[in-house]
Design a protein around this ligand. Sequence first.
Ligand code: NAP
Length: 341
Amino acid sequence: MSLRLGFRRRIPKGEKLDVAIIGGGPAGLSAALYSARFLLKTAVLTENVGGQLLNTDYVDDYPGLGKIRATDLISKFRSHAERLFNVPIYDGIKVDKIEKVDDTWFRLRGNGVDIYAKAIILAIGSLRRRLGVPGEKEYSGHGVSYCSICDAPFFRGKNSVVVVGGGDSALEGALVLSGYVKKVYLVHRRREFRAKPFYVELVRSKNNIEFLLDTVVKKIKGDSNKVTSVVVENKATKERKELKIDGIFIEIGFEPPKEWFKKIGLKTDERGYLKVDEWMRTNIEGIFAAGDCTNVWIGFRQIITASAMGAVAAYAVYNHLIEKGLYKPNKTVISTKERNG
Ligand code: NAP
């Protein structure tokens, strides 16, 4: 999804950049504005602008902004990089191939892109985890959703839905859905929540949200069109019951795009997240990473942490390009060596 309809910019074929940022969530857009502040020729290539923020309703934990709609925050991130610092942002782009051409250039190719960059910041986020139960695939998009915040309005006035998961996404999703449907079942496989206590308290205060804890989904059932019920099982008693529902929201976290990383030759940790050092460097010289695709601060994926990683990655790219003799800072810019003594 793009926040802009109609006109879509196309990146010129053969374009040469100091740094190509892949991904347009908070990590990528923060990297973009920092990179532009270092006067690097920068562009953002992304499938959509906003990243995981597109799956959020309101944000109230980004310092200095109070409570703000996620869509408004995305617009602020975007216009900060694009309008204030003139970084072009190209959406609708999927990069498939990254090759090292010579000592200076990487070539990036994919859907809508064939360009060169001296350095790359990967800020591509992660993918939604699937439950893997019968009926899930069959009814995906027909009552099975992976984004409560995006799809809740389609369920306005319905009788009941299930939300699966015990993290921030599931609890935030249950809260939003409780404003649209008569009854929300929150199905979680443990008794303890991974979500922030703040969300747990809020969910507990809603009288149309019922907790089904220590409980797992066994099967999603439906008619020829859509989901009609779900079979759940209590893990302790093995008791099964079938809940009549209009939809099921699977909010059980994310997984990194491991196969894509492997294809490029990037090293990951045992869970598949990109291994980076404290300067967001990957195992391939010249390729940096930031945000949810990295192995940094797993379990605390926040806008502010992703943004911080983006800023650090941009600074590291700037230093890398100077050290490799691939970028000469303008005389008015103090080099890292001068700055660090
Ligand atoms: P998460 O924190 O990884 O939580 C996933 C939840 O799903 C866990 O409760 C987990 O159970 C459960 N789960 C995982 N695999 C499952 C399976 N196969 N079957 C059943 N349940 C399963 O994911 P998330 O809630 O999407 O959050 C991801 C990150 O984004 C977190 O860092 C979170 O803080 C952040 N986030 C922040 C906000 C916010 O601050 N407003 C909003 C949304 C997300 P267990 O607990 O038993 O492992």
